[in-house]
Design a protein around this ligand. Sequence first.
Ligand code: GLN
Length: 192
Amino acid sequence: MKIGVLALQGDFEEHINMLRRVGVEAVEIRLASQLEAINGLIIPGGESTTIGKLSVEFGLMEPLRSFGHQKAIWGTCAGAIFLSKDARRTQPLLGLMDITVARNAFGRQVDSFEVDLLIPALDTVASSSRPYHAVFIRAPLIETVQGEAKVLSQLEDGRIVAAQQGRWLATSFHPELTSDERFHRYFVEMAK
Ligand code: GLN
């Protein structure tokens, strides 16, 4: 099992470290040819416009899309925006996941916050059920989940912050910035 992390911009190193902690081989991905060797890909948080522009520049858009049609992709924060079909403004998107996202949806005062979430899906990779402590940094909101996409977690007021569509996963928050390994384990299972 080898998982790649798109390493154009953003906090890819934290994902690499977390993957190694859960015991899988982790590699930084910058070239289309490197996609052949991995079972799943994480697109990290950062700036979705930058990740998009660099992906266009490096000829990664089509290779990433065809990778996604065969294997697992998980986008965290900016990565979730990049994975979506619609971010309600013009920027390069992979357009794979049937979700609409709103960038920087939590406004200035609460640019960053942390909250405990209920994520029942994570019970499949843990021995006991407990809340998931999630870190949000200038986070997007998943406004709508359509078609085959399913809601994985919501804030108490119902706003969606995690979704899954087959082998694609999108989280508004940053599991790589906590010590909780459950989300990475969940993704590794998805990628098998
Ligand atoms: N605000 C960033 C964007 O819109 C995402 C922030 C993040 O990834 N932490 O792309």
